[in-house]
Design a protein around this ligand. Structure first.
Ligand code: IPM
Ligand code: MG
Length: 341
């Protein structure tokens, strides 16, 4: 039976890159695609960024492919107004997707497209393992007169399960990133990661970095990293930084996984409202996310690897959207990748 994929185009360039992903999927297999509203598009239609029906449809799918949410139309600082991002956060929480994998491997053809020098980024092949359903993103928050607060909390069990994913993904080393010199949650994090390491993964080399130092090392010596495991907010920030090693935020895919149940696969970049509708969005992070979906969500490793090499080949042929300094269109890139499959 054809595998069911819930596609969530969302906002901005989302629908354009989803259309490209549909073409790619049609070329690699037989899938049953359904499409649902999320983010600003859902706010406009239903007044909320994620309806119960859409969450339920995602639960019942074999995998969820999301493009991007948000845009100036829904930007507000009013705490009671719905925000597009709530759609994404609701999906992560609602599907129990605590592990976010963001692989960063600059394509050989793009080694000169990064703002960093080639000799700095050559050999970079790292994985950010970001905790995705805890911390400050999901703590109590609110306003009281002229005061606002966002609580950050972690339990031992939450740290253990993400640390297991990190150690299980390591090839050379795990670097755990925290702010243990200041934050209590970080001290719990460091203590738990260390204990779990000693009990279950004593053979995997482990080191700890403070997040400010990690941000510096990531541009100073990115090739030294293998797996970086960190809490929700630090992972959000460090993964955007790491994306620039690949030349553009338009290149970075991600997989969000839970315990069984469908995973959610999405590019790390946002909805890029400034270029929406121009046909120049880079679909490669979306294609990379399709590859991760086939690998981690649908057990189709050879098709996943096939897409990744087709992306590399298209880049070798010189195909570049404007974010990579070229003039190729979304359509040009899609054609080039399909032809290289
Ligand atoms: C990401 C995004 C989201 C996040 C936003 C859109 C809520 O930046 O997936 O990295 O902060 O997690
Ligand atoms: Mg982010």
């Amino acid at each position: 039976m054809a595998r069911a994929i819930a596609t969530l185009p969302g906002d901005g360039i989302g629908p354009e890159i989803t259309a490209a992903a549909r073409e790619l999927l049609a070329a690699v297999g037989d899938f049953q695609l359904e499409e649902h509203l999320v983010g600003g598009a859902s706010i406009d239609a239903h007044g909320t960024a994620l309806t119960d029906e859409v969450l339920e449809a995602c639960r019942n799918a074999d995998a969820v492919l999301l493009a991007a949410v948000g845009g100036p139309k829904w930007d507000t600082t009013d705490p009671s107004a719905p925000r597009p991002e709530q759609g994404l956060l609701g999906l992560r929480k609602g599907l129990g997707l605590f592990a976010n994998l963001r692989p960063v491997r600059p394509s050989a053809a793009l080694l000169d497209a990064s703002p960093l020098k080639r000799d700095r980024i050559e050999g970079t092949d790292l994985l950010v393992v970001r905790e995705l359903t805890g911390g400050i993103y999901f703590g109590d928050s609110g306003r009281d007169g002229d005061r606002a607060h966002d609580d950050c909390a972690y339990t031992v069990a939450e740290v253990e399960r993400i640390a297991r994913v990190a150690f299980g993904s390591a090839r050379r080393r795990v670097t755990s990133v925290d702010k243990a010199n200041v934050m209590e949650t970080s001290r719990l994090w460091r203590e738990t990661v260390t204990r779990l390491h000693d009990e279950e993964f004593p053979d995997v080399p482990l080191n700890h970095l403070l997040v400010d130092n990690a941000a510096m090392q990531l541009v100073a010596a990115p090739a030294d990293f293998d797996v970086i495991v960190t809490e929700n907010l630090f992972g959000d920030i460090l993964s955007d930084e790491a994306a620039m090693l690949t030349g553009s935020l338009g290149m970075l895919p991600s997989a969000s996984l839970g315990d069984g149940g469908p995973g959610l696969f999405e590019p790390v970049h946002g909805s890029a409202p400034d270029i929406a509708g121009t046909g120049t969005a880079n679909p490669l992070a979306m294609f990379g996310s399709v590859a991760l979906m086939l690998r981690h969500g649908l057990a189709m490793e050879s098709e996943a690897a096939g897409i990744e090499s087709a992306i590399d080949r298209a880049l070798e042929q010189g195909i570049r959207t404007p974010d990579l300094g070229g003039a190729s269109t979304t359509e040009d890139v899609t054609r080039a990748v399909l032809a290289s499959l």
